[in-house]
Design a protein around this ligand. Structure first.
Ligand SMILES: Nc1nc2c(ncn2[C@@H]2O[C@H](COP(=O)(O)OP(=O)(O)OP(=O)(O)O)[C@@H](O)[C@H]2O)c(=O)[nH]1
Ligand SMILES: [Mg+2]
Length: 244
């Protein structure tokens, strides 16, 4: 199976070298695509220098910062057009340890359609998060699960691997979310398509260099879209055709 690890970046100049080196070292047979949204700190140029040095690394330069979901859509479309069988999502800030890639890819090879690197299954952890980040993540997961019936412990996790043919089937160009809601939306769409979802434990480390792009706008997008899907697909459907 040909796998492509898609790494979205915005001002990750302090992390890009280590993440690319560690990824190439962890699984030399997978390729990497850096999707950069015109980072003013020169992340894309640094990634291109590293690509020449390391091999198996590609850089997709975009001119505008249009959000994590948009960056993944562009990266997946790039990978599918080039025939990759597996598409992986991984953050550039080393919160996601490249050494866990074999575990994600192994579960996919074992028959899953979507593998989530999960913080909330036995063996998973977030050692350094303050209580408010934990609370936000926990409540976000509880709400998304209740509203959409996801049956997933970590629906907002951003370290994942998808089968390419499933992404083709889901037609990612129709995804609605621009920000981090992309994770919940893709989980929901995989579930609705009857895909098999498997969670493998990961330890999520806090970023050491650079700044977070998490914002209240992202949280609002998640709340609005999750509620919209829940009402449209679950509540209204039940109301229009009640159980006999
Ligand atoms: N291309 C692109 N990448 C983005 C954008 N927003 C975030 N990213 C990248 O997405 C990944 C996750 O973003 P983070 O800011 O680390 O978000 P987070 O992990 O939820 O927040 P922290 O825990 O504070 O690190 C990082 O690699 C970012 O550089 C965007 O608009 N465009
Ligand atoms: Mg991060």
């Amino acid at each position: 199976m040909r796998a492509l690890v898609v790494v979205p970046t915005y001002n990750e100049g302090a992390n890009i070298e280590e993440v690319l080196r560690r990824t190439r070292a962890a699984v030399p047979e997978v390729e990497v695509l850096v999707v950069d949204d015109g980072s003013p700190d020169g992340t894309a140029a640094r990634a291109e220098e590293l690509a020449a040095d390391l091999g198996g690394v590609h850089v997709l330069r975009r001119t505008e910062k249009t959000g994590l979901g948009a960056a993944y859509r562009a990266g997946f479309t790039w990978g599918l057009a080039r025939g990759f069988d597996v598409l992986v999502e991984m953050d550039a800030d080393l919160s996601h340890d490249p050494a866990a890639l074999p575990s994600l890819l192994g579960a996919l090879a074992g028959g899953a359609d979507l593998v989530i690197g999960s913080r909330y299954v036995p063996g998973g952890s977030i050692p350094n998060w303050p209580w408010y980040r934990r609370a936000l993540s926990r409540y976000g997961n509880v709400y998304a699960n209740l509203a959409l019936g996801l049956r997933v412990k970590d629906a907002t996790a951003g370290y994942r691997a998808y089968r390419g043919d499933l992404l083709d089937l889901l037609d990612i160009s129709h995804f609605r979310s621009t920000g981090y809601t992309f994770q919940i939306e893709s989980t929901y769409r995989v579930r609705r398509a009857g895909g098999k979802v498997v969670e493998v434990p990961i330890s999520f480390s806090d970023r050491v260099h650079g700044t977070s792009k998490m914002s209240s706008r992202i949280i609002v997008e998640a709340l609005v879209l999750v509620t919209h899907w829940a009402v449209r697909d679950r509540l209204l459907t039940r109301w229009r055709s009640p159980d006999p």
